[in-house]
Design a protein around this ligand. Structure first.
Ligand code: ATP
Ligand code: MG
Ligand code: MG
Ligand code: MG
Length: 482
């Protein structure tokens, strides 16, 4: 059986096409929906249909939707399964079929089409949803030991603070059945399980006051993570080592002059972070989101900066001589674009625009970084000098570290690393206090900025590099469970 990422995607779409679903294209990462910043799931393009605001064009559809979830940014490279950018394969019913068919087909797809051993599959169901439990147990024949009843947090899916929602049921793959089946088994244990397929029984509209209004029709909304299925079928230790992402990581390794296979865990994590972020960056820019200090543009800017500074931590620089003509993101982006033909056939036509934008943004950020490095060097010289005079241990004040971070946009991880190299300790508790104060202020500042500043104006250039917290909290809790 073909298990490449591209063939897993194709097989999913063909499986549902053969069962009456119309294959539709992915929608943009920029949703046509003011309540969400970015496309976080396959259902977004169908939201008006689910709500009954727009008549359905077809009874059922199937898509491979590109998604970006900024709430998972901290998970990237730390868990084996989370990306900022990923593809969600989905099958949707607009008042056509419901639970029984959705469950039957999801099981057939998993066990027959993809050939996963039934004994390795676990099911979660919403605790109050006896009907779904009975379908899995009595009709599909999944033993009670491997069906977990879970609460709202995991098994009631909502697309936002308001909007279509419903109980859901998920399929998990067990990499370690030898660890046994007992009541303490935790399906969220990343070392044993991976959640790969979520079936949402979309039958309510969540109103402003939190109440649930039954929808006119009962719908099905599902999501299967392509990278996760690829990881299972390709039998690799994490999503990053699948053919969907690994070629990008190999390119980054080459630039860093390291071997992924022989790298230590911390280096591997950095390679994964760059590999992950590059996909998100390229697809966001391709969908028209350019780096800026506001809204979606700020998401791209943060991802680019994380990628650049992570690159520097593994010694990737423009070029040996510190020549600012050399940027590395465009080189990695070319690899992402090479792999894009079945994710987004239009992407290639935007290649030169994307590479140019990346080069400009990276070089601009490198200037910031280098200015910070120079300042830090001076601060460290000063600290070492003082320590000598006072016959004490050299240290850098938290205020200075924060000044570098806040006023000069200089990443604190780099401050810590360089200080450590030179034997200078940093008063991090003071840094944390400054950070906390700024966090509170930046929330307010961010709102003002959003209303008054045009992208690319001189003013935006001078805005300090604030922590991005606004949008994550806007929907991470409400939209994405687990
Ligand atoms: P998790 O609990 O692992 O964070 P989730 O419950 O938040 O996943 P859903 O909102 O149910 O995910 O999305 C449907 C499917 O999309 C998941 O079952 C998974 O296969 C995939 N998926 C979700 N988030 C990510 C991500 N950050 N990276 C890769 N795939 C993802
Ligand atoms: Mg889920
Ligand atoms: Mg989950
Ligand atoms: Mg999640």
């Amino acid at each position: 059986e073909e298990t490449s990422g591209n063939s897993i995607r194709r097989r999913f779409l063909e499986f549902y096409s053969a069962r009456g679903h119309k294959i539709l294209p992915s929608s943009s990462l920029v949703p046509d929906d003011p309540t969400v910043l970015l496309t976080i799931a396959g259902m977004l393009q169908f939201k008006p249909v689910f709500l009954g605001k727009v008549a359905r064009q077809v009874p059922s559809a199937t898509t491979s939707q590109r998604c970006v979830r900024t709430n998972d940014i901290e998970n990237v490279g730390r868990t084996s399964r989370h990306h900022t950018f990923f593809e969600m394969l989905g099958n949707f019913s607009f008042g056509d079929y419901f639970k029984k068919e959705a469950i039957k087909w999801a099981w057939e797809l998993s066990t027959v089409e993809y050939g996963l051993p039934a004994d390795n599959l676990w099911i979660s169901v919403y605790e109050d949803d006896e009907e779904t439990y009975a379908i899995w147990h009595d009709e599909i024949g999944v033993p009670a030991d491997r069906i977990k009843k879970m609460g709202e947090e995991d098994n009631f899916w909502t697309s936002g603070a308001t909007g279509p929602c419903g109980p859901c049921s998920e399929i998990y793959y067990d990499f370690h059945p030898e660890r046994g089946q007992h009541s303490a088994v935790d399906l969220n244990d990343d070392t044993r399980f991976i959640e790969f397929y979520n079936l949402v029984f979309m039958q309510f509209n969540k109103k402003d006051d939190g109440s649930l209004e039954p929808l006119k029709q009962k719908n099905i909304d599902t999501g299967m993570g392509l990278e996760r299925m690829a990881r299972i079928l390709q039998k690799v230790p994490n999503n990053y080592e699948t053919d969907l992402i690994f070629p990008i990581i190999e390119k980054v390794s080459e630039l860093a002059n390291v071997s992924y296979a022989r790298a230590d865990d911390s280096t591997k994590t950095k390679l994964k972070v760059i590999g992950d972020h590059m996909r998100a960056i390229v697809y966001l820019i391709s969908d028209g989101v350019f780096p800026s200090n506001v809204g979606r543009g700020y998401v791209v800017r943060r991802l680019i900066r994380r990628a650049v500074r992570t690159g520097r931590l593994i010694d990737i620089r423009g070029d040996e001589n510190g020549n600012l003509e050399g940027a590395f993101l465009p080189i990695v982006a070319e690899k992402v674009i090479d792999l894009s033909s079945e994710i987004d056939p239009d992407l290639k036509s935007r290649k030169s625009r994307i590479l140019e934008e990346l080069k400009r943004e990276e070089l601009r950020f490198v200037v910031t970084l280098e200015r910070g490095e120079k300042l830090l060097d001076e601060m460290l010289d000063d600290a070492l000098g003082k320590a000598k005079v006072n016959n004490a241990d050299p240290f850098l004040s938290g205020k200075d570290a924060f000044l570098l971070y806040d006023t000069y946009g200089f990443p604190v991880e780099i401050t810590m690393e360089v200080a450590d190299e030179r034997g200078v300790s940093i008063d991090m508790s003071c840094f944390d206090i400054e950070m906390e104060n700024q966090r509170r202020q930046s929330q307010a500042a961010h709102n003002t900025v959003k209303l008054t500043v045009e992208n690319g104006s001189e003013l935006t250039e001078n805005i300090p590099d604030t922590e991005f917290i606004g949008y994550d909290t806007l929907y991470s809790k409400a939209v994405i469970k687990g």
